[in-house]
Design a protein around this ligand. Sequence first.
Ligand SMILES: Nc1ncnc2c1ncn2[C@@H]1O[C@H](COP(=O)(O)OP(=O)(O)OP(=O)(O)O)[C@@H](O)[C@H]1O
Length: 468
Amino acid sequence: MTADMSGDQELCWARVRGRLRTELGDAVFRNWLKPLTFEGIDEGTAIMRAPSPFVRDRVRSQYSDRLRAIWSVEHPDVKSIAIFAAGRGRTEPERAAEGADQPEAGIEAEPLPAPAVRSAPAAEERADFEAPLDPRFTFDNFVVGKPNELAFAAARRVAESESVPFNPLFLYGGVGLGKTHLMHAIAWHVRQKHPSRRVIYLSAEKFMYQFIRALRFRDTVAFKDQFRSVDLLMIDDVQFISGKDSTQEEFFHTFNALVDQNRQVVISADKSPTDLEGMEERLRSRLGWGLVADIHPTNYELRLGIMQSKAERLGVEMPEKVLEFLSHKISSNVRELEGALNRIVAHATLVGRDISLEMTQEVLADLLRANDRRVTVEEIQRQVANHFQIRLSEMHSARRSRAIARPRQVAMYLSKQLTSQSLPDIGRKFGGRDHTTVLHAVKKVEELRGQDKQFNDDVDLLRRMLES
Ligand SMILES: Nc1ncnc2c1ncn2[C@@H]1O[C@H](COP(=O)(O)OP(=O)(O)OP(=O)(O)O)[C@@H](O)[C@H]1O
């Protein structure tokens, strides 16, 4: 290794150390980061040396994400980091211990924070909380509405309670509806109010990864101790360990050990405990013992509230019409809603254009099209039945009188236009009809639209209502 050390690099190293101290606190810095020496930057890798393998392992497992992120901010050339123990180099035996598929020092960015893995922590260290939580994910920034009020109240209770109110708290819901946000919010709150409590937040994927690593290095005793000695354990996306038997087994024991010691456990998943396929029965049942709180898909009011709050925090003037439009149009999940808002703001800033409805439609054309396709056949049937004042059940009935058959054909036509369902799928949803019947309906409606203005206007109106 021929790392070239320049004054510029040394200055960067000083800044990196300064930021580490501020971000991680004095105790952590003194014990783990201060002992590192910097050796230089070699082909985009910042090389540091720890005084012992123990310190090296600790820094690698817990601080490498932060270290790498800070390095890359302070020095644009740095893409990765490497940490060695004193007296050893990249080619020496310690490298083999890292495993062939494991880059040194956790060089790859991890989407989730590194777990706070510890061995027999010193008393002063108990105050640390290393997981780099997302600073935006706090209770204050969480907008509450009917669909998420139970999950929010339960998360707050867990965060604020002096005892363990329910164990586990199991949060579940679809993609991008705020599960991770609430877990981080609990961690932030506990961190602020009870800095001495030991909290681990990690994804089930990372739990599995840590477990496999421990098995590989015959280090399972330390693994067990680390996870079983926390005050609050939070595991995100537990569905990930479905079908992974040995990880489930270990997780089950960790879980039981914590619950038995009256330590709080919080779990999130995309499904309720009973619906978690590939999960052992005893684990599923155990996961449902505490409070199971689901986050329902957002409704219009909640989406609008979230948009207003995000726009305010971004400090941008968004016309109310644009916020309303987006809240109507993007009903999939909050992440997509945020993405849409960010795109509009970025566009307005870059191009120097005012934010308007027209501009929004233009900038988000692709996203809006994708969301349009999410109207369901059932919704179409409901709206059409309502419009023509027939019973919803007539959409599935065998009756052929024109007053019934025509609206049914319109509903089939709109299902073809507005959803991505195939003709046979649509047919099935209209009382098990054949795909040729649907095709006939589509043609008939097209023909009538060309001949009958009133009818054409009706279909247009329905379409607009369904799209909005
Ligand atoms: N009620 C809410 N108020 C404010 N922001 C929200 C709300 N719900 C979700 N968000 C935001 O939406 C984004 C996605 O939320 P989050 O990552 O928590 O979803 P998730 O349920 O964990 O999704 P996944 O299943 O993909 O892990 C985040 O930026 C989060 O802050």
